[in-house]
Structures are given as structure tokens and as C-alpha cells.
Design a protein. Structure first.
Ligand code: UTP
Length: 308
């Protein structure tokens, strides 16, 4: 079974970034100079996938425009002989990449969004990438789990160890460890409280599923937050086929939160060839200034204590 298609569910409301996401898709928020969705699409492309399926909603037109030809812009760049920018713009959608858009008319949950793509996927295994999870590492995370899928030929999800107090933010798995990176999942639960969580191993936003997942999603009623949860469907999948969890190599940025997006922006900007050196200098100066201000305040406090 070869993975040829990827689903990008991008129909969520993005409430944690309001007001920025009132009219702008969360997935179009930039990390340095590239929108989140482009990082995810590039990751899928690097893994050999050529058919990209976007499950979109009413405010997500900008994503379609981003992966379409920008005729006026390209003509202008040609006239101005800005060939670097022209090839940058044209490289967003390589010629052999196909983009398909389907609408999820109401944000009924991640599971429901994936179900919307069932007719396009048909009877093939497929990848799911959540663009608000951004990964940096030695090799793209989707490629890492794809290698495992090719070996096991069964559904697989990327996971990472998190601190116990954060379990309420993620899907949490537990199961039988088969090697340092791989676990056969026996239990999976959405956003459990830290004291009842089965482990501190959290699902990260990269999955490969066999088509069996569609039937399991279709059986689900609303779960946590009143949404049709992918996690619940993954739990019922366990009774019919093996689900593997793979501890990916690399770093994850949860860009669905303001802090995660800022951390990703700073880390990637520090490595950026144009702005990296100036940003690092500015960060050093800022840290030194903050430290001097702190020392100054501590000294003054000491003096005040001695006077009184
Ligand atoms: P999130 O849980 O991050 O939800 O969805 P959200 O709506 O995007 O953001 P908040 O929580 O309101 O701030 C995870 C992924 O699933 C997609 C989102 O677009 C995001 O990529 N999603 C979620 C859908 O496509 N449809 C849904 O009904 C829900």
C-alpha cells in the first residue's frame, strides 16, 4: 500500500488567535516569511505525496489563492526582472502537485473534517497533516512515519513525550513498547486531566491511516468540546487493526497557540540567512539590558533596606 494523498484539515475556527483569524485563516499565519500551511505542504511533498486535499471553510479562501497561479504578480515580477522573487512565487506549487479543495460547511471537529475527504481518498492509505504543528528536525516527520508505515502497513501516528501537567491539551496514548521509538497503541484518549491521563505521550499532528478510519469516524457522536473527535475514532480503530505510535526525531512547535507560534518564529528567524545575525545580536543586547536592569533594581532594593 503506497501513500499518495494527504489531507490538510484547515476548516477550524482558530479562536485562540482572534482577532487575527477573524478573516485570515490561522494556517496562513506566517513563521518568518512562509505561512504555516506551506511548511506542511512542503513536508508532504518531501515525503513523495503529490495529491494535496484541503478541507476548508468559509474564511479560508486565502489558502486556495496561495496555491494558485498569481497571474498579475508574476507578470509584474517578470516586467521588473525580479527573477528570484518570480521563481520563489512559482515554486509554491510545483507542476506535479495537485491541489483539491472541499468544504466542511460547519466546524464539527477534526474527525468530521477528515470524513469530508472520504470520497476523494477512496480505498487507499493516506496522510493527515495539521498545519498548526510545525516540526524541525533531521528529517521531515511525515517522512519518518511514512518509513514506519511502509514497514508495518498499518495506521501510525507521530507522538512526543510532554510534561504530565499538559496532558489536558493533547490526545494521549499508552500501549506496548516494541522499541525505543515505537509503541503499539492500546489506549488513546482526548485531552485527559493530568491525574487520569494514561501516560504523558502526546499525539502530534502527523498521521497515516488506512481507509478503515473512515468507518470508525462515521460511527462517532460528539465527544470533547461537542466535536466529532479523531481521537475517539482512533480508539475504536484499535479493535480492528493495529495502530502504531512513533516517537519522532525533532522538535515540535504548537503553532495553534500564540506562545508556540512566537517560539517557532524566533527559532527559525535565528537560523534565517538574511535576518539571523541581526536578530541574534538584538536578542543578546536585550538579554544584557534586562539583566542590567534586574541587577540595578536589586541594588536599589538593598540600599532601601539599609536606609530603613
Ligand atoms: P484545533 O483544535 O487547533 O482547532 O484544530 P481550531 O479551530 O483550528 O483552533 P482553536 O482551537 O479554535 O484556536 C486542529 C486542526 O483541525 C482543523 C483545524 O483547522 C486545525 O488545522 N479543524 C478543526 C477542522 O478542519 N475542522 C474542524 O471542525 C475542527
Amino acid at each position: 500500500m503506497k501513500v499518495r494523498k494527504a489531507i490538510f484539515p484547515i476548516a477550524g475556527l482558530g479562536t485562540r488567535f482572534l482577532p487575527a483569524t477573524k478573516a485570515l485563516p490561522k494556517e496562513m499565519l506566517p513563521v518568518v516569511d512562509k505561512p504555516l500551511i506551506q511548511y506542511a505542504v512542503e513536508e508532504a511533498y518531501a515525503a513523495g505525496i503529490r495529491q494535496m486535499i484541503f478541507v476548508t471553510g468559509r474564511t479560508k479562501r486565502a489558502v486556495e489563492d496561495h496555491f494558485d497561479t498569481a497571474y498579475e504578480l508574476e507578470t509584474e515580477l517578470q516586467l521588473q526582472e525580479k527573477s528570484d522573487f518570480l521563481s520563489l512565487v512559482q515554486s509554491i506549487k510545483p507542476r506535479d502537485m495537485e491541489c483539491i479543495y472541499i468544504r466542511q460547511s460547519r466546524a464539527l471537529g477534526l474527525g468530521h473534517a477528515i470524513l469530508c475527504a472520504q470520497n476523494i481518498i477512496d480505498e487507499e492509505p493516506f496522510a493527515v497533516l495539521l498545519a498548526d504543528d510545525l516540526f524541525m528536525g533531521p528529517s521531515p516527520v511525515l517522512t519518518q512515519i511514512l518509513e514506519q508505515f511502509n514497514h508495518y502497513q498499518s495506521s501510525i501516528v507521530a507522538v512526543q513525550t510532554i510534561s504530565q501537567e499538559d496532558t489536558f491539551l493533547y490526545g494521549i496514548i499508552s500501549g506496548d513498547v516494541i522499541d525505543t521509538r515505537t509503541t503499539v497503541v492500546k489506549h488513546i484518549v482526548e485531552k485527559p486531566a493530568p491525574d487520569v491521563a494514561p501516560s504523558n505521550t502526546a499525539v502530534a499532528g502527523r498521521y497515516i491511516f488506512t481507509p478503515a478510519i473512515f468507518e470508525e469516524i462515521a460511527k462517532q457522536s460528539s465527544g470533547v468540546n461537542g466535536e466529532i473527535q479523531l481521537t475517539d475514532a482512533m480508539f475504536s480503530l484499535l479493535s480492528r487493526e493495529k495502530l502504531y505510535a512513533y516517537h519522532f526525531e525533532g522538535k515540535r512547535y504548537d503553532c495553534g497557540t500564540k506562545l508556540g507560534l512566537l517560539k517557532a518564529t524566533i527559532d527559525l528567524a535565528e537560523q534565517h540567512p538574511d535576518i539571523g545575525p541581526s536578530l541574534r545580536r538584538w536578542l543578546r543586547e536585550k538579554t544584557t539590558n534586562n539583566r542590567s536592569q534586574l541587577l540595578f533594581k536589586q541594588e536599589n532594593k538593598k540600599k532601601d533596606c539599609m536606609i530603613t
